[in-house]
Write a protein that binds this ligand. Structure first.
Ligand code: DAT
Length: 180
């Protein structure tokens, strides 16, 4: 597949981004089931396929390799039909995505989720600050056209359900607009 542009894709690509713990993976799995979009968990791929330049002991996280990630995903994304899950959004080419959703979670709720996950204090603090300063939302607004960037609350299971239904509707509309 060479150079299939957004207009030529039959299925859309969605990016779900947000601070770790906001619920990206859980939401993506749900949406993948209801829409048939393929869930790409970039964090998992970084680990499994070694798309990094080593592990940062201090921050307890991988130093990601942007170029390796892009190379790994390019063919799939050009084809369309993916829901991509990653805590950063500026590394991807803008043309890949038709919709960019930024999940947001209340600080105390997020704190509990990260603590349950067993993160070290430094990593919890770093991520809570990232959420307070809405770093990922700003990053998304800087990296993509404002019409396709949407902020979604992800505090409760009800939020998750609502978000999933909303995305499912969006995918249906996107596809029917293609056919017309
Ligand atoms: P992420 O992929 O953004 O790191 P996750 O999907 O792994 O986040 O979710 C982290 C934890 O929080 C996990 O135990 C599921 C739970 N969770 C996610 N979204 C939620 C929501 N909207 N309401 C309640 N719990 C949620």
């Amino acid at each position: 597949i060479e150079n299939i542009e957004s207009e030529e894709r039959i299925n859309p690509n969605i990016l779900i981004t947000g601070t770790p713990g906001t619920g990206k993976t859980t939401l993506c799995e749900l949406v993948a089931e209801t829409t048939g979009l393929i869930h790409i968990d970039v964090g998992k791929l970084v680990k499994e396929k070694g798309l990094h330049q080593g592990f940062d002991q201090e921050y307890q996280s991988y130093i990601i390799d942007d170029d390796k990630i892009i190379d790994e995903l390019e063919d799939k994304l050009l084809k369309g039909g993916n829901i991509v899950d990653f805590h950063s959004c500026e590394i991807f080419p803008e043309r890949w995505f038709d919709l960019v959703l930024v999940l947001r979670t209340n600080n105390t709720i997020l704190y509990d989720r990260l603590e349950t996950r067993g993160y070290i204090q430094k990593k919890i603090t770093e991520n809570i600050e990232c959420e307070i300063f809405q770093e990922i939302l700003e990053e998304a607004k800087e990296s993509y056209s404002s019409e396709i960037v949407i902020e979604l609350q992800s505090n409760s299971l009800q939020d998750m359900e609502n978000n999933s239904i909303r995305i499912e509707e969006w995918v249906k509309n996107w596809k029917s607009n293609k056919i017309q």
